[in-house]
Write a protein that binds this ligand. Structure first.
Ligand SMILES: [Zn+2]
Length: 103
């Protein structure tokens, strides 16, 4: 008799819209909300898809486009605001835009 373990049940769908790696990086279990900010320091977190689209934490939590899965998450420390590819909401960097006020 063939018994599916829960691991096998997961791996029969390897086109996950949010990769296990991202959940592991965030220390979040699948099914729980992905954070928009780090718990320490409140640094901005952005989620990146296989096609380099940027997704905010809120949309990453309910992201379901497995043709362009979220494969990476990172803090976004400095620079101009990004825009979420899903909701088009602004994602501000932790320290704001790079200032260029020399001279
Ligand atoms: Zn969004």
């Amino acid at each position: 008799m063939f018994v599916l373990s829960s691991d096998n049940a997961m791996s029969c769908n390897d086109a996950l819209a949010v990769s296990d790696k991202v959940y592991a990086m965030m220390g979040v279990e699948r099914g729980h909300s992905l954070p928009s900010y780090t718990s320490i320091g409140s640094y901005t977190i952005v989620y990146l898809t296989a096609h380099d689209e940027t997704v905010c934490g809120k949309c990453a939590t309910r992201y379901d486009d497995d043709s362009d899965p979220i494969t990476f998450a990172s803090t976004y420390d400095e620079g101009d605001s990004l825009y979420c590819a899903v909701c088009e909401g602004e994602i501000e960097s932790s320290y704001g835009p790079l200032e260029n006020e020399e001279g």
